[in-house]
Write a protein that binds this ligand. Structure first.
Ligand SMILES: Nc1nc2c(ncn2[C@@H]2O[C@H](COP(=O)(O)OP(=O)(O)OP(=O)(O)O)[C@@H](O)[C@H]2O)c(=O)[nH]1
Length: 368
């Protein structure tokens, strides 16, 4: 009976999730064709009367060639961020994304509002792939989406540039590292097949000998490394979904949509149970952490009271009261964050303050 109830509950949850749009996070090396890919998918879905909800997360792009619903550039001025905090281009993108991530709950609300009439939400990301995949804000954005919507990572790869086995291997290693970091359903889109067909890449993934043959004439260090890595990546290739696509012509669109459907099933069957398990562990760890911190706070509080209750300090000074109140506030604020968030929050705040100070002293010396 209990099992039957559980199954019903799970089914309800699953149906609930299906009502939500699938979130596609589009990643790829600079110039691989992410923006053109988003443009092509958007226009095809529009012509099928199924328009997607499109979000641009690249604060540094000059223009967005597709109808965009949310644009990071409307919230954060990338050039101003660079100027205000004395940052270079990459630092500017990371900080803009960090600032945008603090408002991401609003994006979620807007996507949720569209649930009834949108099947797909597409997130275009910055060209400097590592800025998104290895930054705190990228992780926050991805994990928040994955916790609430069926989420799929779409890795766009340039088939024309990858004809060199060494470049192909670099691309695959990057894809592999993202897959293992995010652990979300993953589709490799082998883009630009209107110029070079992706058959060679599929063969290299299926057959190690074919890849070795392609490397045959090359005895450089990179080639030897690629040879060894190809054997290691064998497991990764086995479960990898790869589709050929042309962002220029739209060839491969239906295969891509079929891959998205399969990825949603994978999200339901593999990702969600694992996510629930990890969430439970996290809740337990947080509860432990909370009780440890409450104990520490109570100890400190008692110590503080003991000191101010001494005859010489019987009257609690105004300053002491403020000190205690501030401590209590800080404690409860940090209490809501876990250890990692707390550290990230602290270092991000001190980083911004430092940058501001630097900038202020620069402008002071310029004006004097
Ligand atoms: N022939 C052909 N060219 C393509 C295709 N997709 C993209 N391109 C071209 O590749 C170049 C880069 O495309 P973008 O869409 O700007 O690539 P991106 O990954 O968004 O670039 P960044 O924003 O710099 O990371 C452009 O000149 C596109 O026209 C394709 O499928 N076929």
């Amino acid at each position: 009976m209990a099992t039957a109830l559980l199954t019903e509950e799970k089914m309800e949850k699953s149906l609930e999730r299906h009502k939500k749009p699938v979130c596609l996070i589009v990643l790829g090396m600079a110039g691989s064709g992410k923006t053109t890919f988003v443009q092509q998918i958007t226009s095809r879905l529009h012509s099928r009367k199924n328009p997607p909800y499109v979000i641009n997360l690249d604060p540094a792009c000059r223009e967005v060639p597709y109808p965009v619903n949310i644009d990071i550039r409307d919230t954060v001025n990338y050039k101003e961020v660079m100027k205000q905090y004395s940052l270079g281009p990459n630092g500017g993108i990371v900080t803009s994304l960090n600032l945008f991530a603090t408002k991401f709950d609003q994006v979620i609300q807007l996507v949720e509002k569209r649930s009834a009439n949108t099947d797909i939400a597409i997130f275009d990301t910055p060209g400097q792939i590592e800025v998104f995949t290895w930054s705190a804000s990228g992780t926050i954005i991805t994990e928040t989406l994955a916790a609430l919507f069926p989420t799929v990572v779409v890795y766009v790869m340039d088939t024309v540039r990858s004809v060199s086995p060494v470049t192909f291997m670099s691309n695959m290693l990057y894809a592999c590292s993202i897959l293992y970091k995010l652990r979300l359903p993953f589709i490799v889109v082998m883009n630009k097949i209107d110029v070079v067909k992706h058959d060679y890449a599929m063969e290299w993934m299926r057959d190690f000998d074919a890849f070795e043959l392609a490397l045959n004439s090359d005895s450089s260090y990179n080639a030897n490394l690629s040879r060894s890595l190809s054997l290691t990546l064998d497991e990764f290739y086995k479960d990898l979904t790869a589709v050929g696509f042309s962002a220029a012509t739209g060839e491969g669109f239906d295969e891509f949509l079929a891959a998205v459907d399969a990825a949603v099933v994978e999200y339901e069957t593999d990702y969600c149970p694992e996510h629930e398990r990890l969430k439970k562990l996290q809740v337990e760890a947080r509860a432990k952490d909370k009780s440890r911190q409450i104990g520490k706070f109570e100890e400190d509080y008692e110590e503080e009271n003991r000191l101010i209750d001494r005859p010489t300090q019987r009257r609690v000074s105004h300053q002491n009261e403020i000190l205690l109140r501030n401590r209590a506030f800080n404690f409860f604020f940090f209490f809501c964050l876990d250890e990692e968030d707390r550290l990230a929050h602290k270092s991000f705040r001190s980083f911004l303050e430092e940058q501001k100070k630097k900038q202020q002293s620069k402008s002071n010396s310029a004006s004097s």
